[in-house]
Write a protein that binds this ligand. Structure first.
Ligand SMILES: [Zn+2]
Ligand SMILES: [Zn+2]
Ligand SMILES: [Zn+2]
Length: 350
Protein backbone atom coordinates (compact mmCIF):
# COMPACT_ATOMS: atom_id res chain seq x y z
CA UNK A 1 0.00 0.00 0.00
CA UNK A 2 2.90 2.35 0.67
CA UNK A 3 5.05 1.28 -2.25
CA UNK A 4 8.55 -0.10 -2.47
CA UNK A 5 12.00 1.02 -3.46
CA UNK A 6 13.80 -1.44 -5.66
CA UNK A 7 17.52 -1.12 -6.21
CA UNK A 8 20.08 -3.11 -8.10
CA UNK A 9 23.74 -3.72 -7.32
CA UNK A 10 26.13 -2.32 -9.93
CA UNK A 11 28.62 -5.12 -9.32
CA UNK A 12 26.67 -8.35 -8.90
CA UNK A 13 23.25 -7.36 -10.22
CA UNK A 14 21.62 -8.46 -6.99
CA UNK A 15 18.22 -6.84 -6.44
CA UNK A 16 17.11 -5.52 -3.09
CA UNK A 17 13.65 -4.39 -2.09
CA UNK A 18 12.86 -1.90 0.68
CA UNK A 19 9.24 -1.58 1.66
CA UNK A 20 8.14 1.89 2.61
CA UNK A 21 7.12 2.47 6.18
CA UNK A 22 3.53 3.45 7.01
CA UNK A 23 4.86 5.74 9.77
CA UNK A 24 1.68 5.33 11.72
CA UNK A 25 2.27 5.93 15.41
CA UNK A 26 0.21 2.88 16.27
CA UNK A 27 2.16 0.56 13.99
CA UNK A 28 4.38 -1.69 16.10
CA UNK A 29 6.88 -1.97 13.25
CA UNK A 30 7.27 1.66 12.25
CA UNK A 31 7.92 3.09 15.69
CA UNK A 32 11.52 1.98 16.05
CA UNK A 33 12.98 5.09 14.44
CA UNK A 34 10.89 7.78 16.07
CA UNK A 35 11.50 5.99 19.36
CA UNK A 36 15.29 5.91 19.02
CA UNK A 37 15.34 9.56 18.01
CA UNK A 38 13.04 10.61 20.81
CA UNK A 39 14.92 8.67 23.48
CA UNK A 40 18.21 10.06 22.23
CA UNK A 41 16.84 13.60 22.44
CA UNK A 42 15.53 12.96 25.98
CA UNK A 43 19.01 11.97 27.10
CA UNK A 44 19.91 15.62 26.84
CA UNK A 45 17.64 16.48 29.78
CA UNK A 46 18.43 13.56 32.06
CA UNK A 47 20.20 14.59 35.25
CA UNK A 48 22.25 12.60 37.71
CA UNK A 49 19.50 12.74 40.29
CA UNK A 50 16.86 10.44 41.77
CA UNK A 51 14.01 9.47 39.43
CA UNK A 52 10.79 7.74 40.40
CA UNK A 53 8.08 5.90 38.58
CA UNK A 54 4.51 6.45 39.73
CA UNK A 55 1.52 4.81 38.07
CA UNK A 56 -1.88 6.50 38.32
CA UNK A 57 -4.92 4.31 37.82
CA UNK A 58 -8.66 4.77 38.17
CA UNK A 59 -11.27 2.31 39.49
CA UNK A 60 -12.45 0.00 36.73
CA UNK A 61 -16.04 1.11 37.31
CA UNK A 62 -15.12 4.22 35.32
CA UNK A 63 -13.95 2.30 32.26
CA UNK A 64 -17.20 2.48 30.24
CA UNK A 65 -17.48 6.24 30.76
CA UNK A 66 -13.83 6.82 29.91
CA UNK A 67 -14.02 4.66 26.80
CA UNK A 68 -17.05 6.59 25.66
CA UNK A 69 -15.33 9.96 26.24
CA UNK A 70 -11.73 9.25 25.43
CA UNK A 71 -10.48 12.68 24.55
CA UNK A 72 -11.85 14.59 27.54
CA UNK A 73 -11.39 11.87 30.12
CA UNK A 74 -7.87 10.93 29.04
CA UNK A 75 -7.07 14.62 29.20
CA UNK A 76 -8.56 14.72 32.69
CA UNK A 77 -6.14 11.95 33.67
CA UNK A 78 -3.20 14.14 32.70
CA UNK A 79 -4.70 17.10 34.56
CA UNK A 80 -5.28 15.15 37.75
CA UNK A 81 -1.82 13.55 37.62
CA UNK A 82 0.07 16.76 36.96
CA UNK A 83 -1.90 18.87 39.44
CA UNK A 84 -1.34 16.22 42.10
CA UNK A 85 2.40 15.94 41.53
CA UNK A 86 3.12 19.65 41.09
CA UNK A 87 0.99 20.82 44.00
CA UNK A 88 2.28 18.26 46.46
CA UNK A 89 5.92 18.74 45.44
CA UNK A 90 5.63 22.49 45.87
CA UNK A 91 4.20 22.02 49.38
CA UNK A 92 6.87 22.81 51.97
CA UNK A 93 5.66 19.86 54.04
CA UNK A 94 7.18 17.64 51.37
CA UNK A 95 9.80 18.94 48.99
CA UNK A 96 8.92 22.58 48.53
CA UNK A 97 10.25 22.82 44.98
CA UNK A 98 9.21 22.83 41.39
CA UNK A 99 9.83 19.35 39.95
CA UNK A 100 9.80 17.88 36.46
CA UNK A 101 8.13 14.78 35.06
CA UNK A 102 6.97 13.04 31.93
CA UNK A 103 3.50 11.49 31.70
CA UNK A 104 2.67 8.68 29.30
CA UNK A 105 -0.85 7.38 28.84
CA UNK A 106 -1.37 3.64 28.44
CA UNK A 107 -4.89 2.40 27.88
CA UNK A 108 -4.18 -1.33 27.96
CA UNK A 109 -3.60 -4.07 30.44
CA UNK A 110 -1.60 -7.20 29.80
CA UNK A 111 -4.35 -8.95 27.83
CA UNK A 112 -4.99 -5.82 25.75
CA UNK A 113 -8.04 -5.20 27.90
CA UNK A 114 -9.14 -1.61 28.51
CA UNK A 115 -7.16 -0.31 31.47
CA UNK A 116 -6.35 3.39 31.23
CA UNK A 117 -3.44 4.51 33.41
CA UNK A 118 -0.67 7.06 33.41
CA UNK A 119 3.00 6.32 33.90
CA UNK A 120 4.74 9.31 35.43
CA UNK A 121 8.52 9.42 35.32
CA UNK A 122 9.31 11.89 38.05
CA UNK A 123 12.54 13.76 38.54
CA UNK A 124 12.51 13.62 42.33
CA UNK A 125 14.12 16.93 43.05
CA UNK A 126 14.13 20.52 41.97
CA UNK A 127 15.05 24.07 42.70
CA UNK A 128 13.60 25.97 45.63
CA UNK A 129 12.90 29.71 45.60
CA UNK A 130 16.55 30.47 46.24
CA UNK A 131 17.59 28.22 43.37
CA UNK A 132 19.04 25.59 45.66
CA UNK A 133 18.74 21.97 44.59
CA UNK A 134 16.63 19.82 46.90
CA UNK A 135 15.85 16.14 46.77
CA UNK A 136 14.93 13.35 49.15
CA UNK A 137 17.58 10.86 48.12
CA UNK A 138 16.41 7.38 47.25
CA UNK A 139 13.10 7.74 49.08
CA UNK A 140 10.12 9.07 47.23
CA UNK A 141 9.23 12.48 48.59
CA UNK A 142 5.46 11.99 48.75
CA UNK A 143 3.42 9.55 50.84
CA UNK A 144 1.44 7.35 48.46
CA UNK A 145 -1.73 7.71 50.59
CA UNK A 146 -1.70 11.47 50.10
CA UNK A 147 -1.10 11.07 46.37
CA UNK A 148 -4.00 8.67 46.18
CA UNK A 149 -6.46 10.99 47.93
CA UNK A 150 -5.37 14.10 46.06
CA UNK A 151 -5.48 12.35 42.71
CA UNK A 152 -8.93 10.92 43.36
CA UNK A 153 -10.26 14.32 44.43
CA UNK A 154 -8.92 16.03 41.34
CA UNK A 155 -10.04 13.42 38.84
CA UNK A 156 -13.51 13.16 40.30
CA UNK A 157 -13.90 16.95 40.41
CA UNK A 158 -13.14 17.23 36.71
CA UNK A 159 -15.38 14.30 35.84
CA UNK A 160 -18.23 15.82 37.81
CA UNK A 161 -17.69 19.19 36.19
CA UNK A 162 -17.80 17.66 32.71
CA UNK A 163 -20.96 15.80 33.60
CA UNK A 164 -22.68 18.89 35.01
CA UNK A 165 -21.73 20.83 31.90
CA UNK A 166 -23.21 18.13 29.65
CA UNK A 167 -19.87 17.40 28.09
CA UNK A 168 -20.09 13.60 28.44
CA UNK A 169 -21.41 11.11 25.94
CA UNK A 170 -22.85 7.72 26.77
CA UNK A 171 -22.28 5.14 24.07
CA UNK A 172 -22.22 1.36 24.20
CA UNK A 173 -21.64 0.00 27.68
CA UNK A 174 -21.81 3.57 29.04
CA UNK A 175 -25.46 3.93 27.97
CA UNK A 176 -26.97 3.12 31.41
CA UNK A 177 -25.16 6.13 32.89
CA UNK A 178 -27.33 8.49 30.88
CA UNK A 179 -29.65 8.04 33.82
CA UNK A 180 -29.01 10.75 36.41
CA UNK A 181 -29.23 8.45 39.42
CA UNK A 182 -27.10 5.72 37.91
CA UNK A 183 -24.36 8.24 37.21
CA UNK A 184 -24.68 9.78 40.65
CA UNK A 185 -24.29 6.33 42.15
CA UNK A 186 -21.20 5.72 40.06
CA UNK A 187 -19.68 8.94 41.40
CA UNK A 188 -20.42 7.87 44.96
CA UNK A 189 -18.91 4.44 44.43
CA UNK A 190 -15.73 5.98 43.05
CA UNK A 191 -15.47 8.52 45.85
CA UNK A 192 -15.70 5.88 48.54
CA UNK A 193 -13.30 3.47 46.87
CA UNK A 194 -9.64 3.58 47.69
CA UNK A 195 -7.71 4.53 44.56
CA UNK A 196 -4.45 2.74 44.24
CA UNK A 197 -1.73 4.63 42.47
CA UNK A 198 1.58 2.97 43.13
CA UNK A 199 5.18 3.86 43.19
CA UNK A 200 7.31 1.32 41.37
CA UNK A 201 10.86 0.49 42.35
CA UNK A 202 12.84 3.72 41.88
CA UNK A 203 15.08 3.95 38.85
CA UNK A 204 18.62 2.89 39.36
CA UNK A 205 20.32 5.93 37.87
CA UNK A 206 19.80 7.93 34.71
CA UNK A 207 20.64 5.03 32.38
CA UNK A 208 17.74 2.95 33.65
CA UNK A 209 15.36 5.88 33.09
CA UNK A 210 16.48 6.00 29.47
CA UNK A 211 16.03 2.27 29.07
CA UNK A 212 12.54 2.48 30.50
CA UNK A 213 11.57 5.35 28.23
CA UNK A 214 12.77 3.38 25.24
CA UNK A 215 10.72 0.38 26.23
CA UNK A 216 7.39 1.95 27.07
CA UNK A 217 6.88 5.26 25.35
CA UNK A 218 6.31 4.42 21.71
CA UNK A 219 4.24 1.33 22.13
CA UNK A 220 0.56 0.67 21.61
CA UNK A 221 -1.22 -2.27 23.24
CA UNK A 222 1.27 -5.04 22.43
CA UNK A 223 4.81 -5.52 21.16
CA UNK A 224 5.48 -7.81 18.25
CA UNK A 225 7.59 -10.21 20.25
CA UNK A 226 4.62 -11.13 22.42
CA UNK A 227 2.70 -12.49 19.44
CA UNK A 228 3.54 -16.17 19.50
CA UNK A 229 1.54 -17.58 16.64
CA UNK A 230 -1.22 -17.12 14.11
CA UNK A 231 -3.58 -19.42 12.26
CA UNK A 232 -6.20 -18.64 9.63
CA UNK A 233 -8.58 -17.53 12.35
CA UNK A 234 -6.74 -17.07 15.65
CA UNK A 235 -3.89 -15.15 17.25
CA UNK A 236 -1.88 -16.44 20.21
CA UNK A 237 0.07 -14.06 22.40
CA UNK A 238 1.74 -14.09 25.79
CA UNK A 239 0.40 -12.03 28.68
CA UNK A 240 1.25 -11.57 32.32
CA UNK A 241 -1.13 -13.40 34.59
CA UNK A 242 -1.60 -11.18 37.63
CA UNK A 243 -3.72 -13.81 39.36
CA UNK A 244 -0.70 -16.06 39.22
CA UNK A 245 2.09 -13.81 40.53
CA UNK A 246 2.63 -12.19 37.17
CA UNK A 247 3.82 -15.37 35.44
CA UNK A 248 3.51 -15.39 31.67
CA UNK A 249 0.69 -17.33 30.09
CA UNK A 250 -0.48 -17.76 26.52
CA UNK A 251 -3.83 -16.49 25.33
CA UNK A 252 -5.54 -17.41 22.08
CA UNK A 253 -8.18 -15.14 20.61
CA UNK A 254 -10.10 -15.10 17.37
CA UNK A 255 -8.63 -12.73 14.82
CA UNK A 256 -11.62 -10.40 15.14
CA UNK A 257 -11.36 -10.23 18.92
CA UNK A 258 -7.62 -9.58 18.72
CA UNK A 259 -8.16 -6.70 16.31
CA UNK A 260 -11.08 -5.40 18.36
CA UNK A 261 -8.90 -5.26 21.45
CA UNK A 262 -6.00 -3.68 19.58
CA UNK A 263 -8.21 -0.95 18.09
CA UNK A 264 -9.51 0.06 21.52
CA UNK A 265 -6.05 1.49 22.12
CA UNK A 266 -5.70 3.68 19.09
CA UNK A 267 -5.67 7.13 20.68
CA UNK A 268 -7.99 9.91 19.48
CA UNK A 269 -6.72 11.80 16.46
CA UNK A 270 -3.75 14.08 17.15
CA UNK A 271 -3.91 13.18 20.83
CA UNK A 272 -0.55 13.79 22.51
CA UNK A 273 0.34 10.74 24.58
CA UNK A 274 3.70 11.81 25.96
CA UNK A 275 3.61 15.09 27.88
CA UNK A 276 6.30 17.00 29.72
CA UNK A 277 5.79 19.08 32.82
CA UNK A 278 7.55 21.45 35.18
CA UNK A 279 11.31 21.51 34.78
CA UNK A 280 10.99 19.14 31.84
CA UNK A 281 8.36 21.10 29.92
CA UNK A 282 9.70 22.61 26.74
CA UNK A 283 9.04 26.10 28.07
CA UNK A 284 11.40 25.65 31.01
CA UNK A 285 13.70 22.94 29.88
CA UNK A 286 16.64 24.70 28.32
CA UNK A 287 17.30 27.27 31.03
CA UNK A 288 16.18 25.39 34.10
CA UNK A 289 17.73 22.04 33.26
CA UNK A 290 21.01 23.75 32.38
CA UNK A 291 20.91 25.46 35.76
CA UNK A 292 20.19 22.18 37.58
CA UNK A 293 22.95 20.48 35.65
CA UNK A 294 25.44 23.13 36.71
CA UNK A 295 24.35 23.02 40.33
CA UNK A 296 24.55 19.21 40.39
CA UNK A 297 27.73 19.14 38.35
CA UNK A 298 26.46 16.66 35.72
CA UNK A 299 27.94 16.32 32.27
CA UNK A 300 25.77 17.27 29.34
CA UNK A 301 24.90 14.58 26.84
CA UNK A 302 24.74 15.79 23.25
CA UNK A 303 22.15 14.12 21.07
CA UNK A 304 23.77 11.82 18.52
CA UNK A 305 20.86 11.21 16.20
CA UNK A 306 19.31 14.66 15.98
CA UNK A 307 20.34 15.67 12.47
CA UNK A 308 20.95 12.23 11.00
CA UNK A 309 18.99 10.72 8.14
CA UNK A 310 17.61 7.18 8.21
CA UNK A 311 20.56 5.37 6.56
CA UNK A 312 23.00 7.05 8.96
CA UNK A 313 20.91 6.07 11.99
CA UNK A 314 20.69 2.47 10.80
CA UNK A 315 24.45 2.43 10.31
CA UNK A 316 25.03 3.77 13.81
CA UNK A 317 22.50 1.66 15.70
CA UNK A 318 22.56 -1.62 13.80
CA UNK A 319 25.92 -1.40 12.10
CA UNK A 320 24.28 -2.04 8.76
CA UNK A 321 24.80 -0.02 5.59
CA UNK A 322 21.58 0.00 3.60
CA UNK A 323 23.28 1.95 0.82
CA UNK A 324 25.47 -1.03 -0.04
CA UNK A 325 24.64 -4.39 -1.60
CA UNK A 326 23.97 -6.96 1.09
CA UNK A 327 25.63 -9.77 -0.90
CA UNK A 328 28.84 -8.21 -2.20
CA UNK A 329 29.06 -4.77 -0.57
CA UNK A 330 28.95 -3.08 -3.98
CA UNK A 331 27.22 0.17 -4.77
CA UNK A 332 23.47 -0.08 -5.31
CA UNK A 333 21.46 2.19 -7.56
CA UNK A 334 17.69 2.67 -7.68
CA UNK A 335 15.89 0.77 -10.39
CA UNK A 336 13.58 2.95 -12.53
CA UNK A 337 9.98 2.58 -11.45
CA UNK A 338 8.79 0.99 -14.72
CA UNK A 339 11.12 -1.94 -14.07
CA UNK A 340 9.53 -2.72 -10.70
CA UNK A 341 8.34 -6.18 -11.51
CA UNK A 342 8.22 -7.24 -7.89
CA UNK A 343 4.89 -6.83 -6.20
CA UNK A 344 5.09 -6.17 -2.45
CA UNK A 345 3.81 -9.10 -0.48
CA UNK A 346 1.09 -7.82 1.83
CA UNK A 347 2.55 -9.43 4.95
CA UNK A 348 5.87 -7.68 4.37
CA UNK A 349 4.61 -4.10 4.35
CA UNK A 350 6.08 -1.63 6.85
ZN1 LIG B 1 3.95 0.47 9.73
ZN1 LIG C 1 1.36 0.74 31.43
ZN1 LIG D 1 26.26 -6.87 -5.06
Amino acid sequence: AFGVNVSVCEDCGCISVHYNSCRDRCCPMCQEFPKEKWVDARREDILDAPYFHVVFTVPEELNPIIYSNQKVLYTALYHATSDTLSELAADCKYLGTDIGYICILHTWGSTMNFHPHIHAIVLGGGLDVKNHWKDNGKDFFLPIKIISKTFRGKYMAELKQLWENDRLEFHGSAAPYKNYYTFKELLNTCYTKEWIPYCKKPFDGAESVIRYLGKYTHRIAISNYRIKGMTESTVTFSAKDYKNQGHWKEITLSGEEFIRRFLMHVPPKRFVRIRHYGLLSSRNKKKQIALCRNILGCKKYISKLKDMDAPAIIRLLYNKDICKCSSCGGKIIPLPTEQHFIKPKPHMLC
